[in-house]
Design a protein around this ligand. Sequence first.
Ligand code: SF4
Length: 398
Amino acid sequence: MPSRECSTTETKGTEVTDLLFEQGPIRPPSEAQSLLLRLTRNCPWNRCEFCHTYKDQTFSLRTVEEVKKDIDAISEIVQQLKALSWRVGEGGEITANLVQFVLQNPRGYPDTFRSISLWLYAGGKNVFLQDANSLVLKTDQVVDVLTTLRGTFPFVERITTYARSKTISKKSVEELGSLHRAGLSRIHIGLETGYDPLLELVQKGVTAEEHITAGRRVKESGISLSEYVVLGLGGKKMWREHAVETARVLSQINPDFIRVRTLKVLKTMPLYEKIARKEFILLSDDEVVVEEKLLIERLEGIHSRFVSDHILNLLEEVEGKLPEDKAKMLAIIDQYLALSEEEKENFRLGRRAGIYRFLSHLENPELHSEVEKAIKRIRKETPEGVETVISELMSSFI
Ligand code: SF4
């Protein structure tokens, strides 16, 4: 811990409390250590029935000038943090001690200082452009922001963003190429499903064909592509078609990454009303695993990395490079499906309670007995309570 105190009034006479910039609410799990730079506010579509992130929030564009002011503020914060590091004896480096000092300083640093210190401590190499669809801005505006960003922080190596397939399908490969040359490294797309009736049911506002066009254009432009799939989205009626058609669409795109995230419906999501009216019936955990198995089986001729990096997913270790790891991923799924009902319940609760991460953790007698005791306790209070507890734990992850 640095021993010397410092003033909150810094080098250029700028009060730290004046150094503010905007940040939106979410980023992909893989961008946990990225700087979040907000290009637009909220989601211009905002109708997907399984999503509540921006509900009741109005979409707005930010001007390039506004974003550049944020970049200037971030740059000033970086300078002030380095100066602070010298003053407290950390040699100008953003060390664990310095981060701790900023986080715990009783005089108080605003959240912006905390997030920039954490970003720099993580290496300061990655930036994520927020919010839900940055490419809704004109291409030359995004190029302008990217150029300024890279000019200001030459040490940044990766710049990524979310974008909708609908928006990308209206951009040419040349436009996307100019974004790539300006520094955009990766686009995260919420594919969700490749089955048209399901895309319509959940109001995704895009067709499977548009997903394919957009995905292929991103790939052709040289930008890395990450496609998100919602496991369980087909429900009891469409799970098979969801798996088969999603695999078909992904196989035509050949994205760099396929990332899965399991459906969890909260009351604040429009899909909840369909569930209440019995128009949509949720799959059980085991059925979701069977659906995931079919999806993986049907992925053909691609070289994507399959990633399960969301805490909502039951089987985190179903990950690997296609096609070489396909058999290994399917074997993990079969291993889970072969468990007794009692062991499945033990794993499901333990995984969601954060006691287990992998199936192999079931073999740890201490952890196993901890979950067993929890199940007995829950059953004593409510015979059917285990499912409720699992559902509540999953809700807390969103
Ligand atoms: S496009 Fe993305 S952020 Fe917007 S409503 Fe759909 S899932 Fe949510």
